[in-house]
Design a protein around this ligand. Structure first.
Ligand code: SF4
Length: 369
């Protein structure tokens, strides 16, 4: 018989379709936001977003608020980031939700000394909990089998870097990939992330975004400050090879493709270079057109009419557009040019500029782990 999740279970996995039944009868959001309960939900949603943006994440089982409010706060947090229109926020929030679900799947019952969050957990003969199997089934993963169809597997692991998941390190027989039980949950976490990300941004009515704008603006401002602190002063020698190649091409007067201009502009914007700084870089190009450049840069960085801030493409997208060039050893460990920059900059400040990778001559040191 199919498991009927409790409201407590749904509140820990609020993205489940069934969870939405518990908020279906809430008043319209426009009205709710004017009520006291609306403020409680906004506070809970902001807490969720702040957790997603925090470098130290904590996942605490919730017994303090009503289960329905926890579910509603999940939806509201997605509405708020949709109003902010920043792709990095969508990524951070969905990664957080997937990590959070993974944590609760692993701590449902807890050890003998610890109390899990689900006192009504139902465990089957294969040691799978009923809610874990239910959730996995909704995401098309069968926890009762230590294997998965090859096509599903390849799709899920495409962006995972862990060598454990590389197909060459797997046993494949009759179109099925062998997977250990614990690994199935890791793959489930990844599939949750991808599917939750696919649904963002929501198409939120303008009036609701206006009601949420004070809180959305605050989150956006704090996030930008956090990013600038995180990346610190701009260090061109820590740029990943792909971005260095784009800067070199610009300087040499090469006419960059749209994808190239987009990638370098979003990258520089995220690490804290202001619009005039970016335009100044374009000025190194012999066919520099100040007006056109400012228009393009402002559009990409969200200062133009659309208000949308774009994010630098990940390595997978850079490969697709042919912009992933001169890969080095550090590239093997990252999936995003921004991660490369962050790791290399940290490495340079630890080791001193002379010893950092790429500056010491013929034998660059191994990248940090
Ligand atoms: S692997 Fe990523 S960081 Fe390295 S060159 Fe390619 S796109 Fe850039």
């Amino acid at each position: 018989m199919e498991h009927a999740p409790t409201t407590k279970e749904l509140s820990h996995f609020p993205f489940l379709k069934k969870a939405q039944d518990h908020i279906r009868h809430s008043p319209p959001l426009e009205q709710l936001l004017k009520e006291e309960r609306g403020q409680i939900l906004v506070n809970l949603a902001v807490k969720r977003i702040n957790q997603a943006l925090s470098s130290k994440k904590t996942f605490v089982a919730h017994f303090q608020y009503r289960d329905e409010d926890e579910i509603a706060s999940y939806v509201l947090s997605r509405i708020i980031v949709s109003c902010i229109r920043d792709k990095q926020l969508y990524d951070r929030l969905t990664r957080y939700e997937a990590e959070r679900a993974y944590h609760f799947l692993n701590t449902e019952t807890g050890s003998e000394n610890e109390r899990g969050w689900n006192e009504n957990a139902v465990i089957d003969d294969d040691n799978n909990s009923a809610i874990a199997s239910y959730l996995a089934a909704e995401f098309r993963i069968d926890l009762s089998k230590e294997q998965m169809p090859l096509t599903d597997y390849v799709e899920i692991v495409a962006v995972l870097h862990d060598p454990r998941f590389k197909l060459v390190n797997r046993r494949v027989a009759n179109g099925l990939v062998q997977i250990k039980k614990g690994e199935l949950l890791e793959l489930l976490r990844e599939r949750i992330r991808v599917i939750l990300r696919r649904d963002l941004p929501y198409n939120v009515p303008k009036g609701i975004c206006e009601q949420l704008s004070p809180i959305a603006n605050l989150i956006k401002k704090e996030y930008q400050e956090q990013m600038l602190q995180q990346f610190g002063a701009i260090e061109e020698s820590a740029f990943p090879p792909c971005m260095q190649a784009l800067v070199t091409a610009l300087t040499a007067g090469t006419n960059l493709t749209h994808a190239g201009r987009f990638s370098i502009t979003t990258f520089l914007h995220t690490i804290g270079m202001d619009v005039s700084g970016i335009a100044g870089l374009y000025a190194r190009s012999p066919d520099f057109d100040p007006e056109k450049t400012m228009y393009q840069v402002e559009h990409i960085t969200g200062r133009g009419g659309s208000g949308t801030e774009y994010t630098a493409p990940a390595c997978a997208a850079m490969r697709t557009t042919g912009l992933c060039v001169n890969r080095d050893t550090l590239c093997e460990k990252v999936s995003h040019p921004l991660s490369y920059y962050k790791v290399k900059k940290r490495d340079m400040s630890r080791k001193g500029p002379k010893k950092a990778e790429g500056e010491s001559g013929e034998n660059p040191p191994a990248p940090p782990t």
